[in-house]
Write a protein that binds this ligand. Structure first.
Ligand SMILES: *Cc1c(COP(=O)(O)O)cnc(C)c1O
Length: 429
């Protein structure tokens, strides 16, 4: 009775779906080994940073009130700075989410009359209101910061000529989004980002190059701060929180950029000196410690999903064999039911709320209905197994996360099970 197949069967996975998954998994052995090697490298990088900055038991204590002299908080920021090879870091539970971290980084470093440039096309949906591309109260546009955008070329590469033309005497900050987000363009490798930063700095050396690093942390052995980024920003309920951080965001980079951001997050004059940690330090440390292997599991899941759905004839991005630079997998179904059934499968495989059926809803910050599947321990955490997609053509679902490879695999098999039952996906005979 301890057969793996009977356990899967008990959980609702048919023999045919399990067999199909098995065939795909067998072809991925070598790639999975490479992922484990990267995780090993990054694990050592994190341990080295923790040892060098003398993380001690006292770092796991909590502060309240103003949070002056919070040893755990201050040391964790040194650890982040070290692991990212940056001068400084701001890692705080007061940062509500990734969008907030990006907004703090931008508004802390831009002043009225400055111009912000995105050389990689449209930024992530929620940033449209931060910047003021879609009008919003308190946007950068309301504070007199203008915005310019250069589209990517047809093949998803940088339009260097147009970027050069877009940089002017007011260009203060360039925002480069690493991950595709809700787009079908490719995610950039850290190397590509480095080339873009180098090109921009040749034209204007004092421009701040900031990278939205959401979903990219620990996928490679280097981070954007290793290739010239002045500021790298992300969410702790994605990769670097390792699934344990219950909230938070980070900004790493030059001392000046991080200080400007800190003055914005708390208050001018106060900066990093205040901000109690209210008991989150153990989760922040342990989550960062686990993040490299958690990211490895999520990456395996993404590659497994790509190969399952590609071989069944669906459009997948990245494709089954491409190299990876974030943990997101997009699958395009061309029918809304594809997105919905996929999400139902992910939800049904969750440890929490597996009995709930996800439904499309009008989520704040997004311009169409969105469906989300997440049976997560931390609400909305997308380093945990999750899937979401806007209900609009071409009906693409974005899948990511999985705290363990076994769970990611189970979730993908469950999604396939639902799609097969509804005859949206057909297994070869
Ligand atoms: C998730 C994400 C954000 C925003 O993060 P939230 O935590 O959802 O606010 C911004 N940019 C990218 C690329 C993301 O993936």
């Amino acid at each position: 009775m301890q057969e793996l197949s009977s356990m899967y069967s008990e959980l609702g996975i048919s023999k045919e779906v399990l067999e199909y998954g098995k065939k795909i998994e067998e072809k991925l052995k070598e790639r999975f080994e490479k992922i484990d090697e990267t995780a090993e490298y990054n694990q050592l990088k994190v341990i080295h940073a923790m040892q060098k900055h003398k993380v001690s038991e006292a770092c796991l204590y909590s502060s309240s009130g103003y949070g002056y002299n919070d040893l755990g908080r201050d040391t964790l920021e040194e650890v982040y700075a070290e692991a990212f090879h940056a001068e400084a870091a701001l890692v705080r539970p007061q940062i509500a989410c990734g969008t907030h971290a990006l907004a703090v980084a931008l508004s802390g470093n831009l002043r009225p009359g400055d111009e912000l440039l995105s050389p990689v096309g449209k930024p992530y949906d929620t940033l449209e209101e931060v910047i003021g591309i879609r009008p919003s109260k308190g946007s950068l546009a309301e504070y007199g910061v203008t915005y310019r955008q250069v589209e990517l070329l047809e093949d998803g590469t940088f339009d260097y000529e147009a970027i050069k033309n877009a940089i002017n005497e007011r260009t203060k900050l360039v925002e480069i989004q690493r991950s595709k987000g809700y787009l079908t363009r490719p995610t950039f490798s850290v190397k590509q980002i480095g080339e873009l930063i180098h090109f921009i700095k040749e034209i204007k050396p004092d421009v701040i190059c900031m990278v939205d690093n959401c979903y990219g942390e620990f996928v490679e052995r280097i981070e954007p701060s290793d290739v010239g980024a002045d500021m790298v920003v992300g969410s702790l309920i994605k990769n670097p929180g390792g699934g344990l951080a219950p909230i938070g965001g980070y900004i790493v980079g030059t001392k000046e950029c991080v200080e400007n951001a800190a003055y914005r997050l708390t208050s001018p004059g106060l900066g990093k000196e205040v901000g109690a940690t209210l008991g989150v330090n153990p989760a922040f440390y342990q989550g960062f410690f686990l993040a490299p292997t958690v990211v490895a599991g999520a990456l395996k899941g993404a590659i497994f999903a790509a190969n399952i759905y590609e071989t069944l004839g669906f459009d997948v991005s990245p494709n089954g064999s491409e190299s990876r630079h974030d943990i997101i997998q997009a699958v395009t179904f061309h029918v809304p039911e594809g997105v919905i059934e996929f999400c139902k499968g992910i939800q049904a495989a969750a440890p929490v709320d597996s009995f709930v059926e996800p439904e499309p809803w009008a989520m704040p910050g997004y311009d169409s209905e969105v469906i989300m599947a997440a049976g997560a321990f931390v609400q909305g955490s997308s380093i945990e197994l999750s899937a979401d997609g806007p209900i609009k053509p071409p009906y693409t679902v974005y899948f990511q996360g999985g705290l363990t490879w076994a769970h990611a695999k189970f979730g993908i098999l469950m999604s396939l099970q639902k799609l097969v039952e509804k005859e949206i996906a057909v297994l070869p005979k």
